[in-house]
Design a protein around this ligand. Structure first.
Ligand code: FMN
Length: 187
């Protein structure tokens, strides 16, 4: 019988990055749609996003967004963000802390060129995200999407997992500062 990867720290961290990578590649994977938390002027704010890249080698994640959105404003003031995934198939909760930065304009152009046409339209909206509309139909796609496209680059500094095993719950924490070696903590 193959050992359960969640019974070791290395195996747990491998699972995290495998499941994040699966989220990028597979629309049906749990990590496709993480919840991204920022700190705004009125306190914490949460929203669903699509995970666009997960690179274990440099501990980076990527999300695409509109430069005019509230989350970008929040990150400009407080770059510390949190991300959450509940992977029901793995019985594992993944909590991530990262430092966010925004690639836009010339820096983001290369990435924008890789965004397929239907997805580009999301960034062409006017009035900008969050503005009051008299009716939803007032919103059109009249802007140049390249002007508003932004890649949020998330430099991961901490990963915490909670695995709900049949025998016991296992909770682990991994930090960049600790060389990603990780430790068990009480669930
Ligand atoms: C399934 C789903 C996927 C989404 N993906 C994204 C995304 O990748 N990027 C994004 O900016 N907003 C995405 N949204 C919309 C956000 O949840 C949010 O409504 C929007 O970005 C405005 O958030 P803000 O005002 O907090 O910046 C998605 C929403 C849903 C329901």
């Amino acid at each position: 019988m193959t050992p359960d990867p969640f019974h070791s720290l290395d195996g747990t961290l491998d699972q995290v990055w495998q499941r994040l990578a699966r989220g990028v590649a597979d629309r049906r994977a749990a990590a496709r749609h993480p919840t991204l938390a920022t700190v705004g002027p009125d306190g914490p704010d949460l929203r669903t996003v699509v995970l666009r890249a997960a690179r274990r080698s440099d501990a980076q994640l990527e999300v695409h967004t509109d430069l005019r959105s509230a989350k970008v404003l929040h990150i400009g003031r407080e770059p510390r963000i949190a991300m959450h995934v509940w992977d029901a198939k793995a019985d594992c909760q993944i909590r991530i802390n990262a430092l966010a930065s925004c690639l836009s304009g010339e820096d983001g152009r290369g990435r924008f060129a890789q965004v397929p046409e239907p997805a580009r339209r999301v960034y062409a909206g006017f009035p900008p995200p969050g503005k009051v509309l008299a009716v939803p139909e007032e919103h059109g796609e009249t802007e140049d999407p390249a002007d508003h496209f932004c890649v949020l680059v998330l430099d991961v500094v901490r990963i915490e997992t909670l695995h709900l095993g049949p025998d016991r719950h296992r909770r682990a924490v991994f930090t960049a500062a600790g060389g990603w070696s990780g430790s068990w903590i009480a669930p």
